[in-house]
Design a protein around this ligand. Structure first.
Ligand code: SF4
Length: 307
């Protein structure tokens, strides 16, 4: 039960359990409450109002440290629970952001331009995408119709070398009267990642694979199967259920492997002009019509400084 801070008679601790939402314990005299990281609301227990206000103020100042603390605490718990032989099989991989997998499946060059060359670009699609994420990007926690909604939940996989955030994770608990039972993830009826997208369903598999990669992270973090997730399309306000079939899992794992091989090689692939280029925020930087034709590119380079 690591103690992380003590101020004005208030003790802040983390407990070795899995139960969601990510939270810490605040203890003051005979009072104790679990406080959700992000929203800083009480999940369970009670604190005097004045003390709660102080704890919330403190938590607001230490939001990032608390997120990191929860993450490290979960990693340490799983490392302690795994056998030395299993631990030694986990490769020490540099983690990639989950969103890069989506870029990679859209176009490997796009992922390389962003990740290897550090280039960024905005267009109407990326701005609308950011707007669609506005609410989901604020860490928080709420309960609606018996479903816990965890916003901006940090997720990661040491095995696959991935990290990122789930826009929303919906958690349904098995009804129980025992507080101890609630501390085990296996006692949740379902865990379902939900991703927000600005537009309608794409013809490619990139959104589904990104969601599946989130599920693979959640499975590793909590040691339980995640059967399905959902994509919420902001434009149509429609929710599309996605089942994590063996086929989708395979496609996702292969994409992660190919993406890692591409970045290990450290070379940006040549452009291949396609329909998707017209919606790509890196179009003006990539210039695919030009760069996909080496002869045209050489001619353009020769005349670059002609007046
Ligand atoms: S413009 Fe086309 S080729 Fe270039 S990064 Fe975007 S999708 Fe890929």
């Amino acid at each position: 039960m690591p103690e992380v801070c003590r101020f004005l008679g208030i003790v802040i601790r983390f407990y070795y359990d899995d139960h969601l939402p990510p939270h810490f314990h605040a203890i003051y005299n005979e009072f104790e409450a679990q406080i959700a990281i992000g929203s800083h609301t009480i999940v369970e227990g009670r604190l005097p109002n004045r003390v709660l206000g102080l704890v919330q103020e403190w938590a607001d100042l230490h939001r990032d440290e608390l997120q990191n603390c929860w993450q490290q605490h979960l990693v340490a718990k799983h490392a302690a629970g795994s056998t030395p032989s299993r631990r030694s099989r986990i490769p020490n991989l540099e983690p990639f952001p989950l969103s890069l997998l989506n870029d990679f499946l859209y176009c490997p060059r796009r992922a390389a331009l962003k990740s290897i060359e550090g280039l960024r670009g905005e267009n109407a699609h990326t701005v609308l995408g950011s707007l669609a994420h506005e609410r989901a990007d604020l860490p928080g926690y709420e309960v609606a119709k018996g479903v816990k909604l965890l916003r901006a939940l940090p997720v990661w996989s040491e095995r696959l070398g991935l990290n990122g955030k789930c826009d929303i994770v919906e958690v349904v608990e098995i009804e129980t009267t025992s507080t101890n039972d609630r501390s085990k993830m296996t006692n949740y009826k379902s865990v379902c990642p939900v991703e927000y997208k600005k537009g309608k369903r794409r013809r490619f598999d990139n959104d589904d694979a990104q969601l599946c990669a989130q599920a693979l992270c959640l499975e590793e973090m909590f040691g339980r199967k995640v059967e399905r997730g959902a994509i919420f399309h902001a434009a149509s306000k429609r929710r599309r259920e996605v089942e994590f079939t063996e086929g989708l899992r395979q496609l996702t794992l292969e994409a992660i492997e190919h993406m890692r091989a591409l970045f290990d090689a450290g070379e940006t692939p040549a452009a291949v002009y396609k329909e998707a280029c017209e919606e790509c925020s890196l179009f003006e930087i990539c210039l695919p019509r030009m760069t996909c034709q080496p002869d045209r590119l050489k001619t353009a380079a020769r005349h670059l400084f002609d007046s």
